[in-house]
Design a protein around this ligand. Sequence first.
Ligand code: 3AT
Ligand code: MG
Length: 338
Amino acid sequence: EPKRSLEPEEHEKLRTQMDDLYQRLLPSDESEGRRAQLVKKLDRLLNTEWPGNDIRVNVFGSSGNLLASSDSDVDICITTPLKKLESMHSIAMLLHKNGMEKVVCRASAKVPIVKCWDPELNLAADLNVNNPLALENTRMIKTYVQLDDRVRPLAKIIKYWTKRRILNDAAFGGTISSYTWICMIINFLQRRDPPILPSLQKKAEERKQPENGKIPQFADNLDELKSFGGANKETLPDLLFQFFRHYGYEFEYSKYVVSVKEGRLLSRQEKGWDPANHYEKEARNRLCVEEPFTLNRNLGNSADDYAWSGIHGEIRRAFELLADGCQLEKCCEEYEFP
Ligand code: 3AT
Ligand code: MG
């Protein structure tokens, strides 16, 4: 039986460590300034090359959801009616001509992207064109982050741990993306007793008369929703400890699906991702996380059985280190390849 909770003195120790780490992880004004400059620069480049096409440069992912660190990549979504930009080739050429380095065009990816490095601003960027889903799910994550003061520090510290332990590279490492981790964190907070976060998508459905006649995808009336988690008094150290305990020992991966949309767990059977059904393609995945807007998309499927057992082992390692004298630093120690 894994330890259930922290002793008072352990709790205080972990609180200090988490406060210190969180302060270090907040992006500096200087790095926020560079991000803003990159957006301006791209806006100017694109609108000079293709004037009159209503080209807009939007940030998404961690640059738009309050979870960026100084060294995070900038995720950029260009919106425009000019369809020819969607193939990404002409954008890649333009960036290359204008001093961007390491320009890589992944035109055949699920979402076609261009990656580049800006040597002047020292920033890496991922660009795509006309991907409204990413803008919408970013705005929803940001709303969750703003709802309760515990979400931002908790999520930033867990993200830092995933980076240091190399657990967040869906494209290359065969692990899971930051976005998947964020959905796991939000759903964990939705399922505390009493809950810390609601389901913003269900809140939107519950509202009787939408003002302009259109039901929004998710509720974003922050002022009304801000008191939601107030009845839950758990502290940051409690939550970090319980997060690792939950996903390390309690969660029954073969039975349940993480659903931010429902704000609860779905059984794999009701979702149709039943491990007993060998013909179902999601059946074998150990981790099931529903994408909140594209419900048939399993965000967990970037990790195969082998990768998942590695990630699960890392979650347990983190738990053991916190349970044994709150070793947060060791818990986040850079992974060394054997
Ligand atoms: P980092 O700071 O870059 O680690 P992030 O919040 O930017 O974290 P990701 O880089 O994993 O997170 O993803 C960037 C955004 O792309 C987040 C989300 O808006 C979108 N996104 C990523 N994966 C998916 C997916 N499978 N389906 C839909 N949207 C996705
Ligand atoms: Mg990102």
